[in-house]
Unconditional design. Structure first.
Length: 268
């Protein structure tokens, strides 16, 4: 059985430097896929640049309810309006209020983000995932996540929190394409060449995803995110000249979520 690997760079569109770093990681490195933050203030310019410069990259939506502002007017999201009086999504303290979120409002906002991606990219997303793994906040939100994936005929990232095995089985039962595993070790203190070597050696047969966050660090990133300079380290490692050779030596096939979905359909 073949070893398939999706290497997905999160947060496309968060800042010009993040977007540039992701494009470089694809053009000069091993990244095969990215997910875009459609409520980012730079996304209107950055997503068309991605499609123009990297037409074969896998591209999906990094669904957001924990950063920035909603795409929909707060009048259309009365529950969010009451919970977030300043009009901004929050990450700190969200665990205390997430069970009060109306799944219908989450679905409406996430659908708006997917539809904006389709307008800007000129194609539908090949997968969905979520900023801060928000699809894992509770089962009601995870069901919304699967419903949207089914509606837009795309794959999803495997959950890593909540009830991951139960929810993974839910996706399989609903025939939503979902990789067998997600490796999140290449992050923060794990951003080392040694960790990448371990992840390559550990990769099992079947379909896996690696999550990453490469970037060219810019002022916006430095001033708005706690995870900044490590992203430059990720970029350097993901574009290292020897890395692709190591992957090829282990007979690992690098793919996108779209290619995975095609494989998944053929296996039915």
């Amino acid at each position: 059985m073949t070893k398939y690997l999706i290497i997905n760079a999160d947060d496309y569109g968060y800042s010009p430097g993040v977007s540039l770093g992701i494009r470089q990681s694809y053009l000069d490195g091993i990244v095969t896929s990215t997910s875009a933050m459609m409520n980012g203030q730079y996304i209107d310019q950055e997503l068309p640049a991605l499609i123009n410069q990297c037409p074969d990259i896998g591209a999906g939506v990094h669904l957001v309810i924990t950063a920035g502002t909603p795409l929909l007017a707060l009048e259309a999201l009365p529950g969010f309006k009451n919970l977030l009086p300043d009009g901004y999504f929050i990450s700190d303290g969200i665990a205390d209020i997430v069970d009060q979120f109306d799944p219908a409002e989450v679905k409406a906002e996430w659908r708006a983000q997917i539809e904006k991606f389709t307008r800007l990219a000129g194609r539908t997303p090949d997968h969905l995932d979520a900023h801060h793994h928000a699809m894992c906040f509770n089962e009601r939100i995870f069901k919304v996540y699967l419903e949207l994936a089914d509606e837009f005929h795309c794959a999803v990232r495997r959950p890593v929190a909540g009830s991951p095995q139960i929810w993974y089985q839910m996706a399989q039962d609903q025939r939503v394409p979902i990789p067998e595993r997600l490796d999140t070790r290449f992050y923060d203190e794990g951003v080392t060449e040694t960790m990448l070597d371990v992840m390559i050696a550990d990769l099992p047969e079947g379909v896996s995803e690696w999550m990453c966050h490469p970037a060219c660090v810019d002022d916006y990133l430095m001033n708005s995110s706690d995870y900044h300079t490590r992203r430059a380290d990720e970029l350097a490692l993901l574009t290292h000249r020897d890395l692709r050779q190591k992957i090829e030596a282990m007979s690992i096939s690098l793919i996108t979520f779209g290619q995975f979905s095609e494989l998944d359909r053929k296996m039915v």
